[in-house]
Every structure is written in C-alpha cells, then in structure tokens.
Design a protein around this ligand. Structure first.
Ligand code: SF4
Ligand code: SF4
Length: 401
C-alpha cells in the first residue's frame, strides 16, 4: 500500500441515492431520535442525539425522506444503528443561525458543541474537542495525514485559507491556549505566522512518527491520550468546521475523502456527503467489491480494518484504503525491527507474543497505555504482520481486566 500517488483534483460525489447516518458511536449504542420513518427532513436538520461521553447532536446531510433504521458496521466491526434517508437531491436546507453574543471561550465551546463539532478524525493521536479538560496547547495538523504516501496538490487543501485561519482563531479563543500548526510548506508557514500562530515545520516521512515528535518537542512526555497532557490535536479541516459552525451556523454535512487503492492509478480524492455508503463510492470509482479486498478506514499506517463493505462515511473518516491483493501474514521471525522502531519504546513484538499466548499477567508489564497507535510496527514488519492490531487487542484485554 505504501506507494507515492499524485492527486491533482477533487471529484464531487454529493448526490447519493440514500445516506446512512450513524446514530451511535463506539462508546455508546444509545441515542434519541427526533424524526420518524416517512418524515421529510431538510439538510442540516437535527435528527438525533448520540449518547456517549458527551451527548452529540446528529444532523441530516441531505434533504429527503426518512426510510428506515438499519444495523451497519461502524469502526472495528461494531454494528450500530444507522438512519437511512432517501435523498431528494435538492439539498433544501434549514435556516442556519450564526453564533451571536460575545466570543467568549464558553460561548464558542457551547456553540460548536451544539453543531456537533467534536473534532474531525479521531484516529491515532488525534483528540476530540473536550473543553471540560484543561487544554494547554492546541496542535493543528496542516499536513495532509497521508502525505507520506500521497502527493496531494496542496491547494486542494488550502483553497479556503481565510476560513481555516478564522476557525483556528476561534479554537484559540475557545481553549484559551496557544496554537501550534504543523506544516510542510513554506508558503503556508508565512500565512500561519502572519496570523499569529506558532509554526512547526515538519518533514512527513512514512518511517517516522513525525507528528508525535513535533508535539513531544513542545510538551515533553506524550501519552496516548494527548488530553492527559493538556493537548488538543486535530486536523486542519476541523478548523474549517469550527468556522462554518460559528460564523454560518452550519453542521458538517459533507467531507473530503481520499481513496487509496493498491492499484495506485485508481487513487482519488472525493467530496462526499456524510452517510454515503461505501459501495456507492466503490461504484463511483468503477470498482466492485470482492471478498478478498482488505478495506481500512483512516490513515494508511493506523487505520481500522473493516470487516465488511456494509459501512458508510462518517465525518470522522478522511481516507479509505483498499488493498486488492491478499496480504498473507507470515510468521514472526523475531527480527526485532518493530521493537526498534517504536517511538515510545514499548515492545510491540513482546506484547503481540503475550497476547497471542493469552498470558494476560504479562501484558501488565508493558506500558500499553503509551502506545500512540502510530502503526510504525506494522509498517516495518518484513512478515507483513499487523502488529498494531495485536497491540490494540492487548490494550482492550487489559482495559477490560
Ligand atoms: S506499539 Fe506500534 S503502534 Fe504502538 S507506539 Fe509502538 S510502533 Fe506505534
Ligand atoms: S517486525 Fe514483524 S517479524 Fe520482526 S519481530 Fe516484529 S512482528 Fe516479528
């Protein structure tokens, strides 16, 4: 999968026949539904509220008619209810209302929460917006997350720079803390500096935990949950979402998605409605689902392997990888490369071994919580073993115990 691909245009795919909006999340399957089957809804209408650590409003991404509720795969094989809305393809919208009143931290925090913005893309190091915790630093990743694999025309990601910068200023006010931007282009460095942000120039490399290293330089010790170190880390499109919420009163109804195929010439960037079915996207890129396809959502290095093709695009998914050739995991040859590359110095091979043998007490000897899920252990493995997946399983076992 690790190939360099160049993408110079974004295709629009904003008229799916139906959308399938996830009503639950990985940490709670409960929700309140505010619409009924047969009811007509508008784009941007609040249709439900998700439980979990925080109650999160859910909005329709299209105008149309509520068809049904179906169980579909969410992350890592969890089945959750999805609301099916038949799209009338008119995009009739509710009347949005921008934030009023003073731009105090509390006012901005409350307003973006009302619009369901909890931080987009929460895989790996990324955190959600949790303003109930003390935030000391906000880090914004202005490097496209799969940059090391894909050459994306940077303008495709920075064509709304003024809105992005305004969103970053709002995040600064909401968190009452300093903002650091990770960039890999000189042109952007100047713009962010002029806007008063701290800029950290990085060189994104596949074999380096470059975001982790950049954050570590500022905060010192970096725990897996960055919030424990007072760090909010989010991709740059979250800043655009904050701008849209506060200035225009808009929730997120569509997202930019990069499809990376092992057959690299098929890789593409798409703007899609939240809730678009994965099969519709496959169809759009002229592909058919095959049993032997390996599908993962999220970054190439640390994305989640999906068990089926029956899932839709939530606002947290910014890339999908498709491996069409079957990956045969070989046996661990105990080369130690995964242990050597691990940026936090835990021993992924030993963790995998203990998990494989189900020696639970040994798992407590390893500092599992420190794993930042960077995926470098899997990347480096000559036997193509998904070492990170074993470490994730071990983490789940220990947290259950
Ligand atoms: S165990 Fe693997 S995924 Fe976790 S921090 Fe180490 S290299 Fe990264
Ligand atoms: S890199 Fe792969 S083969 Fe080498 S020790 Fe780690 S798991 Fe085993």
């Amino acid at each position: 999968m690790a190939k360099n691909v160049h993408v110079a245009e974004v295709q629009e795919m904003l008229k799916p026949k139906n959308v399938y909006i996830p009503l639950a999340s990985t940490n709670s399957k409960y929700y309140d539904l505010f619409v009924e089957v047969g009811e007509t809804v508008l784009m941007g209408q609040k249709i439900a509220e998700r439980y979990g650590e925080q109650r999160t409003p859910i909005f329709s991404s299209v105008s149309g008619t509520v068809e049904s509720i179906v169980a579909m795969e969410f992350f890592s094989g969890i089945l959750v209810d999805h609301l099916v809305i038949k799209n009338d393809k008119k995009d009739d919208e509710v009347e949005y209302e921008a934030m009023t009143g003073l731009e105090t931290a509390k006012n901005i925090q409350n307003f973006i929460a009302e619009k369901g913005i909890r931080g987009l893309d929460q895989s790996g190091l990324y955190t959600r917006f949790d303003f109930s915790r003390t935030i000391k630093h906000v880090f914004i990743n202005a490097v496209f997350q799969n940059q090391a694999f894909m050459g994306i025309e940077n303008d495709l990601y920075f064509d709304e720079m003024e809105e992005v910068i305004d969103g970053m200023q709002l995040l600064k006010k909401a968190s009452l803390s300093e903002v650091y931007v990770l960039v890999d282009h000189d042109a952007h460095t100047t713009k962010f500096k002029e806007a008063g942000f701290n800029v950290i120039k990085v060189k994104p490399k596949v074999s380096k935990a470059w975001a982790y290293d950049a954050i570590k330089k500022v905060v010192g010790v970096v725990p897996f949950n960055l919030m424990d170190a007072g760090v909010l880390f989010t991709p740059i499109h979250s800043a655009k979402a904050v701008h849209d919420a506060v200035r225009l009163g808009k929730p997120v109804t569509h997202t930019r998605l990069v499809m990376m195929c092992s057959d690299s010439k098929d890789s593409t960037a798409l703007d899609v409605k939240v809730g678009t079915h994965f099969n519709d996207i496959l169809h759009h890129v002229n592909k058919e689902f095959k049993e032997e396809m390996a599908i993962f959502t999220g970054s190439v290095l640390n994305g989640f392997t999906m068990k089926t093709n029956n899932f839709s695009i939530s606002e947290h998914i910014s890339s999908i990888g498709i491996e069409t050739k079957q990956i045969e995991e070989n046996v661990c040859v105990k080369c130690g490369l995964c242990n050597d590359i691990c940026p936090v110095g835990i021993l992924p091979q030993n963790i995998m071994d203990a998990e494989l043998r189900m020696v639970e007490e040994r798992l407590y000897e390893y500092n599992l919580k420190s794993c930042i899920e960077c995926g470098l252990c899997s990347y480096t493995c000559p036997s193509e073993i998904n070492v990170l997946e074993w470490v994730r399983r071990a983490k789940r076992r220990v947290s259950r115990g």
